[in-house]
Write a protein that binds this ligand. Structure first.
Ligand code: GLN
Length: 565
């Protein structure tokens, strides 16, 4: 069980499952709690913690990010009450899901108290004031363990925040914890975490996708209103699709990578995950923009996305031309299950866009399989170099050894999982002098070709390319873990945008016959996140898919709010 608290003045009552953050209050709580019936106990808590928040939060669960800030700024909700409610949710639901690796209640409550004080004094508040956020565990957080899902970094506590984290902090968001992930971002199910697998809130016998699976499960189950993920070859979009939420992989260089544990530096991006496109846009507004600490950071100014979404006729996309990828036969031939469900939802989504007056043309995505193969040469090659620093000397756990090379071997051998080792071996092989031309150089040529083809499509006046995010819905835990190639195939539709550094958005587009969510992918031209937001927002005004919530969340809300009223 990885429920870890940093700090000590935080108490959890196992009898009535409530979080108490003050020693005196805790003593009082204990003395009354054990003498009362469950209902009276809950009613007693409702005096110390705002009861209304539970109900009201449930009412706004499709625009939580925006509603929390508005209510907090108006003085209707206290930041401490908001945080306590979310910590309760985490405690209640994460036992089953395992979405978090660390929960820092102390830090979250401290920030909440500080924000309440700031509000009381009438000081200016940031655009994400009092909104709890979960951060993928490969983003450095000062004073909070950052493991990148790997045992080798189990004891690593960074001395600084990643730029994305400090931007969220400066916008007055509240970091509540760090989420589980496939080790160093290598995987598509979060089963390859060095700690424990995370589960899908829609069906806990299924995977939540990966590698940002912990973040996706946390948002989908309502444990946080939004989260940060990272996407190298699909790790934001695929788990967003599996968990029925929205996720944005930004243009490469649009969001700073400073403080991100590097996997494949020429592909890595950091982006937001939330329930709706409107929320993604408000978080992205805070994250995007130049950072001098990242040499690949773009210099261009960031437009005001909120204005764009409000100004343009939200429900009219007549100036937008969509390239629609119909590749059903290709997907079926790869042995993905439920391709019919995916294609049915996809075709319905295309119809929604035609009703929104978008112009639709059929295209086919170039070199899908070649792109996949190239990715699985380039990413491991870069990883083999990036991961050399985890040697037991500079970072991470160290094993006792007689001499230095034994120390490296033992520390890396013990601290890294088998998929990470497989990638390091593949990468070192592809970069070795005898095979460089045959593999690494060839893969770079394919990358160039894919990027050029996509560029050509956008030059032919296409604004967006749409296709399903994944070829199938969330699969069973353990189903693909023994077969790396099957796992790699998961990324078939997400990799082209990654290789070309293009922005791509995943939004919920329906359910398969097992009532598991499916995602629609919108790929845009360089730095055209604004167009993706416009189209995604219009789609969500016209559909209801993003409003559906997993049963466990609905149960949580109804049991807690029924008990109160
Ligand atoms: N599933 C892909 C991989 O294993 C993508 C991972 C990612 O985007 N971090 O490499």
């Amino acid at each position: 069980m990885f429920w870890r608290f940093v700090g000590s003045t935080f108490f959890f009552c196992p009898t009535c499952r409530i979080v108490v953050h003050n020693g005196e209050r805790w003593k009082r709580h204990k003395s009354t709690c054990f003498q009362q019936s469950p209902l009276t106990r809950l009613q007693c808590h409702t005096k110390s913690f705002s009861t209304i928040i539970k109900k009201q939060l449930a009412d706004v669960d499709n625009s939580t990010v925006l509603s929390i800030t508005e209510n907090f700024k108006r003085g209707e909700w206290k930041a401490v009450d908001i945080v306590v409610e979310y910590l309760n949710r985490i405690h209640e639901m994460d036992k089953l899901l395992g979405a978090f690796l660390t929960v820092d209640a102390e830090r979250a409550l401290q920030k909440a108290r500080w924000l309440d004080e700031k509000w009381r004094k009438g000081e200016p508040l940031g655009p994400l004031a009092a909104v709890p956020v979960a951060v993928k565990d490969n983003l450095c957080t000062k004073g909070i363990p950052t493991t990148a899902g790997s045992r080798i970094l189990e004891n690593f506590i960074p001395g600084y925040d990643a730029t994305t984290v400090s931007r969220l902090e400066a916008a007055d968001a509240i970091v509540v914890g760090k989420t589980n992930m496939d080790e160093f971002g290598m995987g598509s199910s979060t089963e390859l975490s060095g700690f424990h697998p995370s589960k899908n809130p829609w069906d806990p016998s299924r995977v939540c996708g990966g590698s940002s699976g912990g973040s996706a499960a946390a948002v989908a189950s309502g444990m946080v209103p939004f989260a940060l993920g990272s996407d190298t070859g699909g790790s934001i979009r695929q788990p967003a699709s599996f968990c029925g939420i929205c996720g944005l992989k930004p243009t490469y260089g649009r969001v700073s990578r400073f403080g991100l544990v590097a996997f494949s530096s020429s592909l890595d991006t950091v982006g937001p995950m939330a329930s709706s496109v409107m929320e993604l846009a408000s978080v992205f507004q805070v994250l995007a923009g130049h950072d001098s600490m990242d040499s690949t950071s773009l210099l261009d100014k960031v437009p005001c996305y909120k204005d764009i979404l409000q100004e343009r006729g939200a429900l009219d996309l007549k100036d937008i031309k969509l390239g629609v990828v119909y590749d059903e036969r290709m997907l079926s031939s790869k042995g993905f299950g439920q391709v019919e469900d995916v294609m049915r939802c996809f075709q319905e989504s295309v119809r929604v866009f035609t009703h929104l007056n978008a112009k639709v043309v059929a295209i086919s995505l170039p070199f899908l399989e070649e792109a996949l193969a190239a990715y699985y040469v380039i990413a491991p090659s870069e990883a083999s170099s990036n991961l050399a620093r985890y040697d037991g000397v500079r970072f991470g756990i160290r094993q006792e050894a007689a001499h230095i090379s034994e120390l490296y071997q033992k520390s890396r051998g013990m601290g890294m999982g088998s998929e990470v080792k497989r990638r390091i071996l593949t990468g070192t092989f592809a970069l070795s002098s005898g095979y460089y031309d045959a593999y690494y150089r060839k893969a770079l040529q394919v990358r160039q070709l894919v990027s050029q083809q996509l560029k050509n499509l956008f030059q032919q006046q296409l604004d967006i390319i749409i296709c399903p995010t994944t070829p199938c819905a969330a699969f069973e835990l353990g189903e693909k873990i023994k077969d790396p190639v099957k796992m790699y195939m998961e990324d078939l539709l997400t990799i082209p945008a990654s290789l070309a550094g293009l922005p791509a958005l995943s939004v919920p587009m329906g359910f398969d016959s097992d009532h598991l969510p499916l995602g629609l992918q919108l790929i845009g031209n360089q730095q055209r996140e604004d167009i993706l937001f416009r189209a995604g927002h219009a789609f969500q005004l016209a559909t209801n898919w993003h409003r559906h919530r997993p049963l466990m969340y609905r149960n949580y809300v109804s049991t807690t709010t029924d008990a109160i009223h």
